[in-house]
Write a protein that binds this ligand. Structure first.
Ligand code: AVI
Length: 332
């Protein structure tokens, strides 16, 4: 087993506050429609709650994607080949990542995540399971180009972005991320970079809404944890009990939206700045876009990736797409 300590690349102020978190929250609360980027849902408590969501009976995406990873290992091995450095955008899941690593037998595994503790825990568990794979966790914001460890510089890369996390971004941000991934995965010397990406599919509205409004209230806790995190980390005074979780389907944009809705009027402070909410007003905390085969392909192409193969689960609920970095040349 070989693991590195991890490289800390997150920018914090003198009090240890993640600057980008504070800036996003202050800017987001100042808008007419209050909105905070979904990536801030994932502090350690939020990451744990998300793990709990993946076990819920209503939340089909994890089971559907795992079914594909489990069933299609041979095809991955043929199309991807062995000896690559797998660069996972996000901490590895204890179920999905081993299925991929077992199928393609890579030389190295580089998980990138902004949440350091969760990252190191999951990297250590992976390193123990795969003694022949060098594991290099990197604590970083992968929305921008990330400098990978020197040890993997000469290896061909496979980006791995499961879970349909791409769906949590509006198309413009998703395209920026896909381009950043291309930049992170770098030069083409050892073989052109590949990307294996999970994208959830458009389906029956009731199935979608139930997946984000579960009967046990775990998704609600996940959403409300963002308000608690703001109170904890940014000296916030949000009355969390005066908020409720909602998750409606927005058909025009093909997405589930998570909101925190005010149950009454109240004022509050965050990082010394004053804000207020009126009863019924919401903070928009997450989008979860769903795709068709064509909309998925269009997004990938816009981000510089050419789709090469596509798999779905037996219930046609979820897709995994293998794409290759598009050759740099002018359009026809
Ligand atoms: C991480 N992401 C893909 C999840 C999703 O389905 O959009 C986050 C999530 N939000 C509520 N439940 C799950």
């Amino acid at each position: 087993m070989k693991t590195e300590q991890g490289i800390a690349l997150v920018d914090r102020d003198e009090k240890g506050v993640v600057r980008a978190f504070r800036d996003d929250v202050l800017q987001g609360l100042d808008q007419y429609q209050k909105a905070i980027p979904a990536r801030w849902l994932y502090d350690d408590a939020g990451s744990q709650l998300f793990e709990d969501i993946t076990d819920l009976p209503e939340y089909y995406p994890t089971r559907s994607e795992t079914e594909i990873l489990d069933a299609r290992g041979k095809e991955f091995a043929e199309l991807i080949g062995t000896g690559r450095a797998v660069v996972e955008f996000g901490s590895g899941s204890s179920v999905k990542t081993p299925l991929l690593l077992r199928a393609i037998n890579p030389s190295a595994y580089v998980p990138l995540d902004i949440s350091g503790e969760f990252l190191r825990e999951s990297a250590a568990a992976l390193a123990e399971k795969f003694p022949d794979v060098d594991v290099f966790p990197v604590e970083a914001d992968f929305m921008r180009e990330v400098q990978l460890p020197d040890e993997v510089a000469d290896l061909p890369k496979l980006g791995f972005f499961p879970g349909s996390t791409i769906g949590n971004m509006v198309p413009r941000t998703a395209v920026d991320l896909l381009r950043s991934m291309r930049a992170t995965l770098g030069a083409e010397e050892g073989g052109r970079p590949l990307l294996l990406i999970g994208m959830d599919l458009v389906k029956d509205q009731q199935v979608l809404e139930a997946a984000y409004n579960d009967s046990r209230g775990v998704t609600g806790e996940f959403n409300l944890n963002l308000a608690r995190r703001i109170n904890r980390e940014l000296d916030g005074t949000i009355p969390v009990d005066a908020l409720r979780h909602t998750a409606p389907w927005n058909d025009d944009f093909a997405r589930i939206e998570m909101h925190l809705e005010a149950l009454e009027d109240f004022d509050f402070e965050v990082a010394g700045k004053r804000f207020s909410m009126r009863k019924g007003e919401t903070i928009h905390t997450e989008n979860s876009h769903k795709f068709t085969r064509r909309s998925a392909n269009t997004l990938l192409l816009a981000g510089g990736w050419t789709p090469q193969a596509r798999w779905t689960d037996s219930g046609d609920r979820f897709s995994l797409i293998l794409a290759e970095a598009t050759e740099k040349r002018d359009a026809p």
